[in-house]
Structure formats: C-alpha cells, structure tokens
Design a binder for this molecule. Sequence first.
Ligand code: PAF
Length: 283
Amino acid sequence: MLIARTVAELRQHLSPFKKPAFVPTMGNLHEGHLSLMRMAKQLGDISVASIFVNRLQFLPGEDFASYPRTFDSDCDKLRSVGCDLLFAPDEAELYPQVQSFKLLPDPALADILEGQFRPGFFTGVCTVVLKLFHCVFAHSGGVAVFGQKDFQQLLILRRMMTQLAMPVDIVTGATTRAPDGLALSSRNGYLSADERAEAVQLSMALNQLAQSVRAAGGSGSFDVAAAETAAMSGLRDRGWQPDYITLRRQSDLSPVTAIGTDPLVVLGAARLGKTRLIDNLEV
Ligand code: PAF
C-alpha cells in the first residue's frame, strides 16, 4: 500500500488510473470501514482510502481532540484488505489556509436530525468531502463508498454530487453490526463495559419501532408520534438521553404522519453516558 501525505503525491500516484474507488474515513478503522474497502476493491481500477480527522465537522466542546488516532494499526488493517493507496494528509496539507470557503448543504436536509443537534456538522462534512474528491478525482471520475450507518450524510452527499454535477458515483455499504446488533462505530470505543452491554438497546428500540410500522402496514391507524415518543421514553427509562428517534421518508427525510407506500427509515441518536451513538434501519 502506497501512502501519500500530500495532494501532489496523491495525484501523481493516481494519474495513470481511470476509475479510483475511494473510501474517505477519519481513521480508527473497524470492520465497517474494512467492508467498504472490500467493496471499493471490486468497483474501481485502484482502491483508495483517506484518513483525516476533519476539524470542521466537530462542534466546540465535541471530541475533536480526543478522537482516537490509531494510524499504525489503521495501516495494518488497510493492508490486510488490499487497499492500494492511502491518502493521509495532516491539517496543514489539507487546510493550508483557514478553510473560509465552505459548502453550505441544503438546509432542508442538513438542518434537521443530526444537523439540529450538531449545527454546522454537514457543512463540515460536505466541505471536506468536496475537497477530498477534488484531490482524489482530479484526473477522472470514479466511485466513492460510504456506510449506510450515516444515512443522512449519505443522502446529503448524493444530493451534492447531483447538484454540483460531480462525476462520482456514490455506492452504499450496509451497516456492519457486532453480534449483539450494535452498529460498529469508532465512538463505541468510548463506552465502558456496562455501557457497551447496554448500547445495543438503541438498535433494539429502532427495530421495535420498525416492526410496529411494518405490522401497521397501510392500515392508517398507526400513531407515528406516539410510537416515536414511546421509543424515546423507553430509552430514557434505561438512563439514555435520546436526541431523536423518528420515522422519516427515505427520499428526503421528511416526517411521516400516515404509513403509505413510500420507503421509510427509522433513525435514532442518543447519548449513553458521554458517548453519542446514532443508528438507523430501513423499513
Ligand atoms: O463518515 C465519516 O467518517 C466522515 O464524515 C467523512 C465522510 C470521512 C468526512 O470526514
């Protein structure tokens, strides 16, 4: 695996290739990232990962400084799945000037759910993804692989590709889960042993809500707001602080008042101790 520390090195390594397949990450890699990397291997003529902890997507008081940086073991993991090229710039390389030009995503998608609780988060994500794409896809279009776990991020980035006419196909990898059902996340490492045992309750709450939606079918009698409130209270009773548990349309994340035929998704974010976890399930 080649490692490029600068944009110039990255572009030089990529110049012979026509279709890079790219997995952007913030490092501290787990099986979820590796499954995206394995997909990338099948999708392009060179597989590329990036590791960059993007300051722009952390709010003041969030975990930017303490976010786990595990470069050497990340490299071992990437090598084990055959990653061809790693782009690992430092901040001075990717943001040589204060990044004052930023990409403002559609507020209808970016100011709700995660964006409501983490204002500016998606501006930070879109800005770095746009910049990383300019670095990786300088000579060609290509493919980028993102995990379904960040459902809202995926939707916003797809819209960004379309609206900015970017020649990058976004491919989705299913959420990778631990045997008990907890969605894998770099932030799971913050959980104590007791919290780790409890953490699966978030996906269980989403599952239960999804099942009751399926059971209601198109009967028209399902009270969405009451079901969302009950799911949040259930978690609160177990000591969680939920930000939201909600049923939305997959296409635009708009709220659902009556169950029809539109594809739906249940999304949740909740804090357990100091750790904020997110998850989602398509219905
Ligand atoms: O999903 C992530 O890990 C990050 O938001 C991303 C896409 C790598 C941008 O920093």
